[in-house]
Design a protein around this ligand. Structure first.
Ligand SMILES: [Zn+2]
Length: 336
């Protein structure tokens, strides 16, 4: 099920702000406990902030609180810092206890890092690695590729679960799928793939492997099975706003995956929605992956002539071979 990307983005901002406030609160609590033990540390903090204000007043040629020069203020501040260090050391307190314990010290949890100014020009802030990672995680959540589906990658594709006589063919299928994923990731894919084959030959695995690779490149993917699509259009029936925004996301995603088009009959309404989605994406040359265990004639029986002809003539078909992979895996785990 797709989640709105803009909703996820504002949720990220809220989550980060809340986390920053929490970490600052925890620092304040540690500080209050330490100040209660060593009141002089509180005085030092207060004095240093007053010294900072006096420095600003001097710059602005305003009357100061302490009546000292820049040099005197600087020297005094240094003395106070040394005294603070010495107090902490004597009481066996790590100075880090008085700082905020950021999850990401590089960006202090903001998600943005500013490089040190290069001469006169301050570099624009850039995304911290932690934010890039969080965005990618959100893309997986938005795609519906979570839990075990996220583990189904080309790296985890195990050719030895196929019978020896099918392996060469299945390696070809795998490589074709990987090239397709790379083309989608680089924005060059204009075609769509139909993965055909009996139950348990790894259609979902390959569809997810494509999706996972595309998401890792920072692209948007919508993954859903037919029951999920049915649920989606039903939910949309109830809420018009949700309906149009979700459908729009499916139309605009860099890739959508319609997994497991099976033999369950769909209603006229669902068929119409499914046709619109497939047809609009084909017309706009936006890539899709569909998988089915149905033969061409069965596709027409279940989904009607219009959808079947789009799937059969608008998609490039790849046929998977082998025996039920899940049986092989069960057999292996019982032998182990
Ligand atoms: Zn960071």
């Amino acid at each position: 099920m797709m989640l709105s990307l803009s909703a996820l983005a504002s949720e990220r901002v809220r989550r980060r702000e809340a986390r920053i406030r929490q970490l600052e609160r925890e620092r304040d609590e540690r500080e209050a406990a330490i100040f209660a033990r060593i009141p002089r540390l509180a005085e030092i903090k207060e004095l240093q902030s007053e010294i900072g204000l006096d420095v600003a007043r001097l710059y602005l040629h305003r009357p100061t609180r302490f009546g000292k020069s820049f040099e005197e203020l600087k020297e005094w501040s240094l003395q106070l810092s040394r005294e603070r260090e010495e107090l902490l050391r004597r009481h066996g307190i790590d100075p880090y206890e008085l700082e905020v314990h950021w999850d990401c010290p590089r960006c202090q949890n903001t998600g943005w890092v500013r490089e040190p100014a290069d001469g006169d020009t301050a570099a624009p802030p850039r995304k911290c690695a932690c934010l890039v990672q969080e965005e990618i995680d959100d893309l997986y959540r938005a795609a519906g590729l979570t839990g075990p589906l996220r583990e189904q990658t080309f790296e985890h594709f195990d050719i030895t679960v196929y019978p020896p006589e099918c392996r060469k063919h299945m390696e070809g299928v795998r490589d074709y799928c990987r090239r397709f994923a790379d083309a989608v990731a680089s924005g060059d894919a204009r075609s769509s793939l139909l993965l055909q084959g009996a139950v348990g030959l790894g259609k979902t695995f390959l569809a997810c492997a494509i999706g996972n690779r595309v998401i890792a490149a920072g692209k948007t993917v919508g993954y859903f099975t037919l029951p999920e699509f049915v649920e989606l259009v039903r939910a949309e029936k109830l809420d018009e706003e949700f309906r149009s925004s979700t459908m729009q996301q499916l139309l605009d995603a860099d890739l959508i995956i319609l997994d497991d088009l099976g033999a369950e009959k769909v209603t006229e309404f669902v068929a119409q929605e499914l046709f619109n989605l497939i047809n609009l994406r084909l017309n706009r040359q936006l890539p899709m992956v569909a998988s089915t265990n149905l033969r061409p004639s069965e596709l027409e029986d279940v989904y009607g002539e219009r959808i079947a002809s789009r799937l059969l003539f608008g998609f490039e078909a790849l046929t998977l071979q082998g025996e039920d992979v899940r049986k092989v895996l069960r057999l292996r785990s019982s032998e182990a």
